[in-house]
Design a protein around this ligand. Structure first.
Ligand code: NAP
Length: 249
């Protein structure tokens, strides 16, 4: 890589929601962006098209992250096709909510595989590549509920708390290799995921948020872009909330 070549960032689940905002923001910051998607191919192509139309560089990559092995291969493919990997954002995630006593094994397994095991597989593959270039940034998208718990989401909460532990362990393991690993813990952000909540649930959450509103995808993307930037080079092993004050920690 020369100074004139952009650094490469992979954002999983970047066709829509929070991931889309992250991809656009990283591109704005000069990154060449690998726009990953699972099923939203048209949306991902549109995100990549928007980045290119704005003068940036982007390419789409498909992978079903309900199978963790696909996450490792995705990272390897991105690095091989784009010429390296400097920033990995593990953003793709799902919910399969239900009370624990009624939760099906399949719903537990799907959430853990997609949200945690695939993120681990992506981290493992990325760290090998980042070690060769002696630098890297990994940003795992956790959730405020991974810190504070939430009824009806035992699988999701466990996966997001798992990402927090993974982040802290990897930060200690690879700090000496100049690889920073941080987690972002969004609160309640307007997206397809929170659209599924009832109006009563949304009103109850907003009442508990000191800033008195749901967050936006751009609120989260701004933090991700900062953690990926040179300015954040001395920050690692941190869990940074972007939750309107819902859960200070
Ligand atoms: P969303 O709108 O539901 O989007 C989920 C993303 O994950 C999509 O881009 C989707 O890609 C991808 N994905 C899901 N299953 C996949 C699979 N099997 N293979 C590949 N990609 C898959 O969710 P969001 O609100 O943007 O959330 C993004 C992240 O932020 C998630 O990790 C979520 O847990 C976290 N978060 C969100 C909130 C919130 O309030 N919205 C709060 C805290 C944390 P395709 O559509 O291409 O399949």
């Amino acid at each position: 890589m020369t100074d004139s070549q952009p650094r490469i960032a992979l954002v999983t689940g970047a066709g829509r929601g929070l991931g889309k905002a992250m991809a656009l923001k990283l591109a704005e910051g000069g990154f060449s962006v690998a726009v990953h998607y699972g099923r939203s191919s048209d949306e991902a192509e549109a995100v990549a098209g928007q980045i290119r139309a704005d003068g940036g560089q982007a390419q789409t990559f498909a992978a079903d992250l309900s199978v963790p092995a696909n996450a490792g291969k995705l990272v390897e493919d991105v690095a091989a096709q784009l010429g390296g990997l400097h920033v990995l954002v593990n953003n793709a995630g799902i919910t399969r909510d239900g009370l624990a006593i009624r939760m099906k094994d399949a719903d537990w397994d799907a959430v853990m595989a997609t949200n945690l095991s695939s993120a681990f597989a992506a981290c493992r593959a990325a760290i090998k590549i980042m070690m060769r270039s002696r630098a890297g940034r990994i940003i795992n998208i956790s959730s405020v509920v991974g810190l504070m718990g939430n009824p009806g989401q035992a699988n999701y909460v466990a996966s997001k708390a798992g990402l927090i532990g993974l982040t802290k362990a990897l930060a200690k393991e690879y700090g000496a290799r100049n690889i920073t690993v941080n987690a972002v813990a969004p609160g309640f952000i307007a997206s397809d995921m929170t659209d599924a909540l009832s109006d009563e649930q949304k009103a109850a959450y907003v009442a508990a948020i000191p800033l008195g509103r749901l967050g936006s995808a751009d609120d989260v993307a701004a933090l991700v872009a900062f953690l990926a930037s040179d300015a954040a080079g001395y920050i690692t092993g941190q869990i940074v909330g972007v939750d309107g004050g819902l859960y200070p920690h």
